[in-house]
Design a protein around this ligand. Structure first.
Ligand SMILES: O=C(O)CC1=CCC(=O)O1
Length: 377
């Protein structure tokens, strides 16, 4: 019997849905380093597994089929036919179960710091018994120690304590129930059935799910899977290497439909009015070029979370001045304002450009920007 999972949503409601399922002993807050970056392109739905956070805590032990069926029920409740799914650790085990048993519901899959089997089963029986007897606080220190490399933990006490607190606040029966799901979980012989395009990400220093025998095995057996092993990362690689993980996830999921992802970012940066006009002006002759720009400039590069949009705007303005691309400058001054640059900051960009691109070019840029500011006043 499935339960109604607690979930949170962010990002545009009409963007492709992306479900995020976290690690044992965490809540939706586990994905804080990802939410802002992913929400610019996706409808991000973070969920608490059963027994965790604000989801119901039925009596355990659970199975991975229970946890996976809860996700399907959540999708049904939200009216979502197909979604992307990213899961870390037990969240990744749920992802494997979903992709094996409900391939029609999973678009693209990302499996982070996870395993197809996490034996020996006795470890999970013992951990469940300890938690039922003494509470989740009894395992919090030893678990969180495996989540970060010692250097990172030393430099990030706030993050360590926030995540330790999530483990210690998890209902003992919920935590133990999920230990039961891991105890009986083994999909090593089913991985070849996964058809969703799959990204596998592992931490090189992860003592809980080391790449060998886990991520490497998944990548070997899931047809066409791509493997990324991140240096300086233990189990919670989504915190320790958040920038790299955000880029990997965005690129993996956005490639499902570069045109749609690109169009979303293009509209956010250039404005609906401009894009509608450009779309209306398209002819059979110019359509392939418009399509290329949308997929390549907007879908491939502007979607990347590695630089914020303000920074990208500064670079674009400078490049346009450098090359004298005057026909594009007014549009990108408007885009820079939309991306949060002030008029004064745009002036600073052109002063800087004057040094490296030439005073006459900067003079021309100031004139064009002034016209935009006057038109918008
Ligand atoms: O708790 C651990 O040791 C690591 C872990 C295993 C499954 C999961 O979600 O986290």
């Amino acid at each position: 019997m499935s339960v109604d999972l607690h979930h949170t949503e962010s990002g545009p409601a009409d963007a492709p849905p992306l479900l995020l399922g976290g690690s044992l002993g965490t809540t939706t807050r586990m994905w804080e380093p990802q939410v802002e970056a992913l929400s610019t392109v996706f409808r991000v739905i973070r969920l608490d597994h059963r027994g965790h956070g604000r989801s119901p805590v039925p009596e355990g032990p659970y199975t991975m089929a229970d946890l996976g069926s809860d996700v399907i029920a959540l999708m049904d409740r939200l009216g979502i036919e197909r979604a992307h799914y990213a899961g870390l650790s037990i969240g990744g085990m749920v992802g494997q179960w979903l992709a094996i048993h409900h391939p029609e519901r999973i678009d693209r899959l990302a499996l982070l710091a996870t395993a197809p089997y996490m034996g020996p089963p006795r470890n999970w029986r013992d951990r469940a018994a300890l938690v039922r007897a003494e509470g989740t606080g009894a395992v919090a220190d030893s678990v969180v120690e495996r989540w970060f490399t010692p250097d990172f933990a030393e430099g990030h006490p706030r993050e360590v304590s926030l995540l330790r607190e999530q483990i210690a606040s998890t209902a003992p029966e919920g935590y133990a129930g999920c230990c039961g799901a891991i105890e009986t979980y083994d999909v090593r012989e089913d991985l070849h059935r996964i058809t969703a395009p799959t990204l596998v990400v592992a931490g090189a220093d992860d003592p809980a799910t080391p790449p060998a025998g886990n991520a490497e095995l998944i990548a070997e057996r899931v047809p066409g899977a791509r493997l990324a092993v991140l240096e300086d990362a233990a189990h919670l690689l989504s915190w320790q290497q958040s920038a790299k993980v955000n880029t990997l996830l965005t690129q993996h999921f956005a490639s499902a439909d570069r045109h749609a992802s690109g169009m979303r970012v293009r509209r956010a940066v250039l404005g609906d009015e401009h894009v509608d006009r450009a779309e209306a002006r398209k002819s059979a002759f110019t359509e392939p070029f418009q399509d290329l720009i949308t997929r390549y400039a907007w879908g491939e590069v502007w979607t990347r979370p590695g630089l914020d949009r303000r920074t990208r705007s500064c670079m674009v303005l400078t490049a346009l001045v450098a090359h004298g691309h005057w026909a594009e400058l007014a549009m990108h001054v408007r885009a820079a304002l939309r991306n949060g640059l002030s008029q004064d900051e745009i002036g600073e960009v052109f002063l800087q450009a004057a040094v490296y691109c030439g005073v006459p070019a900067a003079n021309k840029a100031f004139g064009i920007a002034q016209e935009v500011f006057t038109e918008q006043a």
